[in-house]
Design a binder for this molecule. Structure first.
Ligand code: K1U
Ligand code: ZN
Length: 167
């Protein structure tokens, strides 16, 4: 397994639209293992392949407190959504920034697992938020793009300043 580098917004590579996985072969299984290790080490509760500069429709999520309930979503599609809910979100690609985003309250997602089996999951609460956040990454969208222009510009300045100080 390997720890992967997480791209930081506004890196333009984060805007790349991910492609469907055609075959779940050993390279995809290795990517899933590396993404899980990277998410746990960060630490985070989710990670999209786009964030590690691999532009394939692959997501890992673990919202458990015990960090032992990994969910793998390959080629995820939202097949139904209902209601609206506002929640605080963070992002490993926008470190240290948290803000409120409105998304669907309940979703049904269909995907393949790492064994290539198709499954359907109904999600609400943090799981629904996290799936929608990660699926945005696959479309090339980072959560700050749901915020006002003013907030986004402020965040961009803050991150740029932080990167200058740590360089
Ligand atoms: O996509 C990502 O960058 C991961 C992101 C997922 C997420 C968090 C909150 C709302 C929506 C999506 C994170 O994991 S940010 C870090 C975080 O929230 C966290 C880290 C450790 C423990 C608990 C939460
Ligand atoms: Zn994110």
């Amino acid at each position: 397994m390997a720890l992967l580098e997480i791209l930081e917004w506004p890196d333009p590579r984060l805007a790349t639209v991910a492609q469907r996985v055609q075959t779940i072969d050993d390279s995809v299984k290795q990517l899933v293992a590396d993404m899980a290790q990277t998410m746990y080490a960060a630490p985070g509760i989710g990670l999209a392949a786009s964030q590690v500069d691999v532009h394939l429709r692959v997501i890992v999520i673990d919202i458990s407190e015990t960090r032992d309930a990994l969910n793998v979503f390959i080629n995820p599609e939202i097949t139904a959504s209902e209601g609206e809910a506002q929640n605080e979100e963070g992002c490993l690609s926008v470190p240290g920034i948290y803000d409120q985003v409105i998304r669907a309250a309940r979703i049904t997602v269909r995907a393949q697992n790492a064994q290539g089996e198709t499954f359907e999951m109904q999600a609400e609460g943090l799981m629904a938020v996290c799936i929608q956040h990660e699926m945005d990454h696959l479309k090339g969208i980072v959560f700050v793009e749901h915020l006002s222009r003013l907030k986004r510009d402020r965040i961009a300045r803050k991150l740029k300043k932080r990167q200058r100080v740590s360089a």
